[in-house]
Design a protein around this ligand. Sequence first.
Ligand code: TXA
Ligand code: MG
Length: 317
Amino acid sequence: MSTAIERAAELLRAGGLVAFPTETVYGLGADAANAIALRRLYAVKGRPADHPVIVHIPADAGLDAYARAVPDVARELAEQFWPGPLTLVLLRRPAAVTADAAGGRETVGLRVPAEATALALLDAFGGGIAAPSANRFGRVSPTTAAHVHSDLGDDVDLVLDGGPCMIGIESTIVDLSGDSPRIVRVGAIDVAALAPVLGDVAVGSGAAAPGTLAHHYAPRARVELSTPAAAASRAVAHTASGRRVALLALTPPSVSEPVIVLLPPVDVEEYARVLYARLRDADAAGVDVLVVVPPPEVGLGIAVGDRLRRAAASSVA
Ligand code: TXA
Ligand code: MG
């Protein structure tokens, strides 16, 4: 085992905070059973105490160590999609997951990430690691170790570098703790792929679901969504009013200077993978407005569109 992984596991045991790569985004990890570590995690994130975090569990752990009254459908989904970007919300086992990781709820979101460094860390630690995305609350999620360093600085004890995240968009979350399943957050696993197991399932947070604020995933620049046809004229209108403007689209229209055309992704998979990095690029370039043409609303495009709408919603808030 690498010394970096060993050191990371030791830090977690001592109540420290370790950022690590997953296939979706980088997580900011703490021992899920340690209430004090969790309080520090929430303070560093700037996250309200009633917003639960996702608990990452070792590949061989078995659901019952972390959840109770596990329904068959949860076992089927875990069998089919883990390791992978699917989070299952189940009734929490208090000894394995402190109430401080669950926003005080009876439930917990669990997942086994499909990323070698994350799995090695979970294996070395041998327990659940509570890990929200490793950014400050409400801001853009990190998809490289450099993003984590620039967001959190010295507030994190160690950052494990696994290179850029393979998927780039957070996990899909299914709540199985109630009478009927509900998709709490669309994400890296297409809801259509869950249908063979879940059947027709409600999508949407419902009134009681936490942490699904419309305004989230926001860069400093104002995000404006556009159709392909209107993107160029919108961008040009902003520059005419003296604003610095960038444009993000799969197929950017030709626009004259001074609009900054961000490097276009080649397909929806790459759109997901580079989305958060491009939002950060826009900020680094000091733009006032980012005009974005979302990808078609199919497959991964649904989750990309969801994140872009939230980024745009916080822009006008
Ligand atoms: O891909 C991901 O899910 C990444 C990586 C690091 O695993 N994690 C992530 O965590 O996106 P975070 O904290 O940024 O978002 C977790 C969201 C919460 O905002 C909340 O909506 C939902 O997960 N969640 C967690 N526990 C829940 C629970 N017990 N009930 C309902 N929703 C829950
Ligand atoms: Mg997050």
